[in-house]
Every structure is written in structure tokens, then in C-alpha cells.
Design a protein around this ligand. Sequence first.
Ligand SMILES: *Cc1c(COP(=O)(O)O)cnc(C)c1O
Length: 430
Amino acid sequence: MDCRNDPRFQGIEPFESKIWLSSPTMHGEEQKWVNEAIETNWVSTVGRNIDEIERMTAELIGRKYAVALSSGTAALHLAIKLVGEKLYGQPKVGHGTLEGKKVFASDMTFDATDNPIAYEGGEAVFIDTEYDTWNMDPIALEKAFELYPEVRLIVVAHLYGTPGKMDEIKAIADRHGALIVEDAAESFLGTYKGIQTGCFGEVSIFSWNGNKLITGSSGGMLLTDELEWANKARKWSTQSREDAAWYQHEELGYNYRMSNIIAGIVRGQLPYAKEHKAQKKAIYERYKKGLRDLPVRMNPYREESEPNFWLSCLMIDSHAMCQQVRGEKESLYVTESGKSCPTEILAALTFFHVEGRPIWKPMHMQPIYQMNAFVTKNGNGRAQSNAYIASNRIDVGADIFHRGVCLPSDNKMTEEQQDVVIDIIHRCFE
Ligand SMILES: *Cc1c(COP(=O)(O)O)cnc(C)c1O
């Protein structure tokens, strides 16, 4: 989109340096802990930084044990494997813990949430999203247990830092004897009824990836209250070495442990997590105020929860959507006065050197998962024709994907810069 020749955008200049969706923010303290690791020669997967961030994270969140790993994805894999083994026993080498098993999974999330189910040979059944928090819909989850009463594992994510309806989900899980793995990768310091996310799974995880609330440049954390599980995760993550003089192996191992250098960055970041959250909240509030005269709403949350406001998003009211068609990799739209759509807003932001992003495309719409079941609050989502879904908004995930946009939420964005972003969005609707 070339906004130079579009009269709606006259008078706005592209930013000289790009405004990011969510980029790392270093404070200087990280350097100290990284240097200490190098100066003392503790640069491998053992060291003070690792011990400290495990202690600090467990204490901050209110869980007994935290295990530092190489990524949030690695943490999810081990979390799912731990619970899978508890439910179904240890598989033969070369077989997954979830082979032949169905697992209920968040549908509107990043694919890292659900891929580890497949790593372990399981089959994700995607549960539709609800409008109140953009997370797993408890009504659809209950429906899923009617269809698949044998399921014993639920993988739940908190999208964009907003906690899901955990009491409802937990009650359903308990009623059906199912266990929860919680993906809190995006919601570090988000709380639900005063309790930190990261406390709601049998095993839970955080990510310290570069775009999250705080970062180690990469890295992740596994949380549990079971000492045995924490020990197992540590062992599996370091190639499952047995306590012997030589390399002795009784179980399959992984190279998933965090390095003490990465842990040094995390250690320097942890004291700033609250500050980042406050900055993200201010960004969300400014969008909410700045966009309130437009036919859009912000990504919602309920009173009982306090998101970490990691990403601010908007969703356009149906009546204010111009025509937009998305294929697998490209999209088209037709400009219309008084209306807009995610594709147009994202094109305009890109022109002005601002990073936005479509809503995470739901897993049931991904080609890789097209054979997996999908359950809406009305039952089998695959059985409902597309036209039916579109006209009745039965497929909530598809609807939010169609009408939603992730807005730049970088904590280094100034108020003046954000005002320009808000102005650009207004002009899309002219
Ligand atoms: C980032 C993210 C992950 C993966 O974390 P990595 O550290 O990048 O492996 C998992 N789930 C969600 C919801 C995420 O946003």
C-alpha cells in the first residue's frame, strides 16, 4: 500500500526508526551477570545465574520449583511429557507418551503451545475461543468431553497476556479427571483472582524469548510443585544422564537446559518485569482512550484478572469491516469509506514503518492441523459449513482472526509515537 498518494494519509511521515510490536529492553544489569559468568568461567549449563533465576521465579510466582530451560517450547515439551507419562506410563524408546491419545488444546495461540502434543505422538483436539478473554472457551471444552470422554490432558494458553477463565476450566478438568498443562509464555506476571498465571497447571511454563515481557534473548522456565517432576525435567534436559562414572542412560534425553550466560540476562531482567508490565498497561490504556471513537474494541479481559498487557490488540465491529478475503498466504481487501479491516490497517502501519501483526491464526485453520478435530460451543466445528460459521459467528477463533489486529506494544514506544499510530488507524476508517 502506497499511502503517499492516498489523500487520507496526507501530512504523516514514516517513522525514521521502526516502531516494533514488542522488542527486547535491556537495562544494563544483564551485563553484570553475564560478565560474572564469563569472569568466573561458569558459562555452561551449571552456575549461579541459573540457580538464582530458578529461585527468584519460583518465589515471585508462588510455585515450589522452577527449572530453567533453553526455550519455552522445550519447557512445554517436557511439561507435556511429564504429565503424559503420569497419565499413560513410560513408552518404549522411539514412541511418544501420548501415542494414540487425544489431547484438548487451545486453538487461538502460537503453534508452540500445541506442537509438543505432536512431538509426543498425541493428537490435538482444538477447543474454540470465547469473546470475553480470547482464550479457551469452557463451554466448548465441556462439549469436547461429551464427544471425547476419554481425554485426560488439557493444554491451555493465556493469549497476549490475558488470563483465561481458569476456575471454569479447572472445574471441568476436575470433573472429568483431566490434568492441565499451562502455557503462560505470554502472560508472565498476569494474574487471575490474585493468583499468578504459571500456578494453574500441573506443570506450567514461561518463555524468555526476545519478544516476551522480559527476555534472556531466548530461554524458558518450567514450573511445578512436585520435586520429583522438577528433578526429572532437569535430568531429561541434560541428556538423561544417570548417576554413574560413565555416560549411563535409562531414559531418552534432550539437550534442553539453559546456559548460565542466558540465565545472566534473565537475572538482570527479572527486577524490571513489573516496570515492563506497567509500561505495557499504559500503552493499552492509551489505545483504549485514543480509539474509543472508532468502531473497534480492545482485546478484552475480565475484572477478576489483571493481564500483563503484553500485546494490545483491537477488533473491528462487524458492521465497520470493509471486504477482506484471506487465502493461505495472501489477502485482499476493498477500501470503503467509514470502514476498514486488519489487512488495510497492517498495510498502512507497514508503510509508516510500524510493526503490527494479524491475530495468531487459529490452529484449526492451519494446513498442518487440518485433519485434527475442532470443537466449538455448538459441537463439532468441522461439521459446520464455512458459510454457516461465517454468518453465525460460531467459529469464534476464525471471527477474531478475521477482524482483529495486534498493535505495536513496544514498551519503548513514546506517547508521541503512539499518538501517530492512533492517528494512522483513524485515517484508515476515513
Ligand atoms: C513464545 C511462545 C511460546 C514459545 O516460547 P519460546 O521460548 O519461543 O520457545 C509458546 N507459547 C506461546 C503462547 C508463545 O507466545
